[in-house]
Design a protein around this ligand. Structure first.
Ligand SMILES: [Zn+2]
Length: 331
């Protein structure tokens, strides 16, 4: 009898937390106003890396890559294993079982994570301990994949550049690699981006670009960017995700290394976090040309006006492959 009572008491909170069928029909939305200030990361509790296979009647199977709690509700970040789209789902609506990367290798998502974690970068001098531009460097098919990095910057967002991408009709896809420090220092610009997205002008995929984006001028790549001693890579990843989710946005499945510089150990942390390392093969300010399927890299954070003027010149001359496509299509 005591056991039955204990069981009933143990189940009681679960029943209370159970989501109704209506709640299950749509992804969970984090309410965050499009003006004012940033929402605190304390809204997002217990954000953890996980890998689970989740099913629910009437829905396609998804992979849970993060578990978290918001306002007392247990949630997970759901990844469509073939389309790579991400969303938040209520845990109570799904039946989830732990899985492994090995068991999910057949999916486009985990297949890409595992393959691209081993994709070498630019050839470096023999004995180099770091990697340059490792990961996904160009995409499948034609057109181009436009990416813009929002590294920490004292200058404002180049809204004119982003406006120049907008067209009547469909939203223009762009992958924005975002840092926590840029978000904290450019709240109005971040909220402006959210508005452009919400109003269907830009189809923004938020790519994790680390929280702090360390950079020490004049220091060699071997000891710079995330290779600066003392960096906590898992915090660099999760702290950006926490800030994005607290503010109503869902991180994509991509991670871009600051400076495109990494090493085997950092690459392993990205793989363990089930993220796809995103390189680039057309860093325009460095003079690279864009071929069909190119991943174009510019900096709309005010730090690299040369790349943006090159972009405008090449685009005007019809020398950028079209159309711009969503980064989820690239791997
Ligand atoms: Zn950067």
């Amino acid at each position: 009898m005591r056991n039955v009572l204990a069981l009933a008491l143990a189940l009681w909170p679960l029943t209370l937390a159970g989501a109704s069928a209506a709640d299950c029909a749509a992804p969970f939305v984090v309410e965050a106003p499009l003006d004012g200030s940033l929402q605190p990361t304390s809204r997002v509790e217990n954000l953890q890396i996980t890998l689970q296979s989740c099913r629910r009647e009437g829905a396609e199977e998804v992979l849970a890559t993060r578990s978290l709690r918001i306002g007392g509700e247990e949630l997970f970040v759901a990844v469509d294993p073939e389309q790579l789209a991400t969303r938040l789902e209520r845990a109570a609506c799904w039946t989830c079982k732990p899985t492994t990367a090995e068991a999910q290798l057949h999916t486009r998502f985990i297949g890409s994570v595992e393959r691209l974690a081993r994709e070498p970068g630019k050839a470096l001098a023999p004995g180099a301990t770091w990697l340059d531009n490792a990961g996904l460097k160009s995409g499948r098919g034609g057109g181009a994949f436009l990416s813009g990095d929002l590294c920490p910057s004292h200058r404002p967002l180049d809204r004119a550049f982003l406006k120049s991408l907008e067209q009547g009709g469909a939203a223009t896809p762009i992958a924005l690699s975002i840092t926590g420090r840029w978000m904290e220092q450019h709240v109005a610009d971040f909220l402006w981006l959210r508005q452009e997205k919400a109003q269907g002008r830009l189809a923004i995929s938020f790519v994790n670009h680390s929280f702090h984006h360390p950079y020490r001028p004049g220091v060699s790549d071997a000891q710079n960017f995330l290779l600066v001693p003392g960096v906590d890579m898992t915090s660099e990843i999760l702290d950006v995700e926490r800030l994005l989710i607290a503010n109503g946005e869902i991180p994509s499945v991509f991670f871009r290394f600051p400076g495109l510089i990494s090493d085997r150990a950092l690459m392993e942390r990205v793989r363990e976090a089930h993220l796809i390392p995103l390189g680039a093969d057309a860093w325009l300010a460095l003079g690279a040309a864009a071929h069909p399927g190119a991943i174009i890299l510019v900096h709309p954070n005010g730090n690299e006006p040369l790349g943006l003027s090159d972009f405008a010149r090449l685009r005007g001359a019809g020398r950028l492959p079209q159309p711009f496509r969503p980064i989820d299509d690239a791997p």
